[in-house]
Design a protein around this ligand. Structure first.
Ligand code: FBP
Length: 551
């Protein structure tokens, strides 16, 4: 076994609790739920087989059945998220309970492993060292998108070679879009492999009425909140720094909102609210500066500000700029010329030459390194790589300029010492919280049962997550129920709709109610590290947004 700390060894012994419905697996049967889905007509042409399937499936307990062994493949896709290993241990344990002759193989380093048929057989001894452990290192992960006809053919070849009854794709919105396309393709080719998705992403943006939350969100938000709580204590003790903390989470601000509800910082920007109010960079800078000035007036030259990493995509002038840059970089001939430019300066000049005047002005007003970060290559799904844009430094720069101006006008008398921080990757592979360990273990069982019932093009769902584990309900949701049409790389594509922060929903309302008092009065809370031992309300706590949404 690879090296494990004392705590990691203790975690190997943790036994995730199982929902009551999973106690006798052989009795488990899926029945169609009553929900209807409105399917976009264009989807009927793209997904002729999946459109006919029920929108939801619910696990019920019926007569015990004798089940045939299954060959199942599993792959991690996209960024790591705590709990992924338990999806595999759950899948393995459930398959063995259903029929010990079943076989599980894991494809390595993401979807590329399926295309290139790079795999490992997952047997009891190979999965044991990963129970309740963080990361995706059992298999590795990657962001390759299965999109060309050669890649689809290669995936089919691999599925047939291993006589796979089912393939489980553990991924976020883009990876589950891929799962739907693959499920449809296999059906078209009469390939018997069914495809099942598992909702993974720390971002929390893969959710719907049926998918209550994605796994990894709880552990990531707890990890960041520990750090935020510590910085707040530092801030109120040393009384000299403003911490500008960028919080990972791609476009959606769920993680920043969750951390704010857990820790009560002085200010938290919410991208979705910025878009709704059409707030410009200048207006946001003024808001932050106003708070700093008011706090300085009562002798407070310190504080904590949370900035969601995707905020830049919601500021109107940047939204337009990014749209123009995306279409510019998706044009093959432009992209080639851009890549051929010898220096960063030439790259910038080339891009500026193709932008509208307003976008050119917006880009030119930024520090040069941030200009270049905006021009970075898109990820394979066409997303701007927001984790690589130093938004926290951008705000520090604009606020610094504004405070200098106010000081010259006699409107600000404080001292401004900012510290930029980024909480990101450290939250993706931490030891999973009890919530994520148990949720993922149950998701693995759900995937095994869906494959056993030959369902395809479904994402595993678990309902009642804010209730005790025993009361969780297992199901599947037709991936088409989560899809919409979006422009990617300049073309309309079916994609899973990113779930953004709902400004009318309870979590944001709760934050809105409290934030004014947090701004001036320092109601800092330190949630501390993820707890694995002790009272259940500490060890088994669920995300605040889940509690508020589902109560
Ligand atoms: P997934 O959507 O694949 O789960 O990844 C989420 C995420 O961690 C985002 O929060 C972040 O913006 C991005 O991945 C970073 O990607 P990379 O690992 O390629 O730097």
């Amino acid at each position: 076994m690879e090296s494990r700390s004392l705590l990691q060894k203790q975690r190997l012994e943790f036994k995730p609790e199982l929902p009551s419905i999973l106690e006798n697996l052989k009795k488990g049967t899926f029945k169609p739920g009553s929900k209807q889905i409105n399917i976009n007509d264009q989807f009927r042409t793209i997904f002729p087989h999946l459109t006919g399937n029920p929108a939801t499936l619910n696990l019920c307990s019926e007569n015990e059945q004798n089940l045939l062994p299954k060959n199942v493949g599993v792959v991690f896709s996209g960024g790591p998220a705590a709990g992924g290993h338990n999806v595999i241990t759950g899948l393995h344990d459930a398959l063995m309970k259903l029929n010990p002759q079943s076989k599980l193989i894991g494809f390595c380093n993401g979807p590329k492993g399926i295309i290139d048929n790079v795999y490992v057989e997952l047997i009891k001894s190979s999965i044991e060292p990963y129970r309740n452990q963080g990361g995706f290192d059992m298999l590795g992960t990657g962001r390759t998108k299965i999109e060309t006809s050669e890649q689809f053919q290669a995936a089919e070849k691999t599925a047939r070679l291993h006589k796979l009854d089912g393939l489980v794709i553990v991924g976020g919105d883009d990876s589950n879009t891929n799962a739907a396309l693959l499920a449809e393709y296999f059906k078209t080719q009469n390939c018997p492999t069914t495809v099942i998705g598992v909702p993974k992403t720390i971002d929390g943006d893969l959710k719907s009425e049926e998918v209550e939350i994605s796994f990894g969100f709880d552990s990531a938000s707890k990890t960041y909140s520990e750090g935020i709580g510590n910085l707040q204590q530092d801030s109120i003790s040393a009384k000299k720094y403003y911490f500008f903390i960028k919080i990972m989470g791609r476009s959606a601000s769920h993680l920043a909102l969750e951390c704010a509800l857990k820790t009560h910082p002085n200010m938290t920007l919410i991208g979705e609210e910025i878009a709704d109010k059409k707030l410009t960079l200048a207006e946001l800078t003024a808001q932050i500066s106003d708070m700093i000035c008011k706090r300085a007036d009562i002798g407070k030259d310190y504080g904590v500000i949370l900035i969601p990493e995707g905020v830049i995509e919601f500021i109107p002038e940047f939204k337009q700029l990014i749209k123009e840059l995306n279409s510019l970089l998706s044009d093959k001939s432009h992209a080639e010329k851009y890549l051929a430019a010898a220096s960063d300066k030439e790259k910038l000049d080339f891009a500026k030459g193709l932008l509208s005047q307003s976008s050119k002005n917006c880009l030119a007003a930024l520090p040069e390194d941030i200009q270049l970060q905006l021009l970075l290559d898109r990820d394979p799904h066409g997303n701007v790589q927001v984790s690589k844009i130093d938004t926290e430094r951008l705000f520090i720069e604009t606020v610094k300029r504004e405070l200098k101006k106010r000081k010259n006008e006699g409107l600000y008398k404080g001292t401004f010492s900012p510290q930029p921080l980024f909480f990101g990757y450290e939250g993706r592979s931490c030891l999973p919280s009890n919530f994520d360990s148990q949720y993922c273990y149950a998701l693995g069982y759900a995937a095994a049962l869906l494959i056993n019932s030959s369902a395809t093009g479904y994402i595993c769902t678990i309902a009642n997550l804010s209730k005790p584990v025993k009361e969780w309900k297992i199901g599947g949701c037709n991936l088409l129920a989560l899809m919409t049409l979006e422009t990617r790389h300049g073309k309309e594509k079916p994609v899973i709709k990113k779930a953004l922060v709902e400004l009318k929903a309870k979590p944001f309302k709760e934050f809105q109610l409290k934030r004014d008092s947090w701004m001036m009065e320092d109601h800092y809370q330190s949630p501390g590290p993820i707890q694995f031992f002790g009272p259940k309300d500490l060890t088994d706590s669920v995300p605040e947004i889940l509690k508020l949404e589902r109560s």
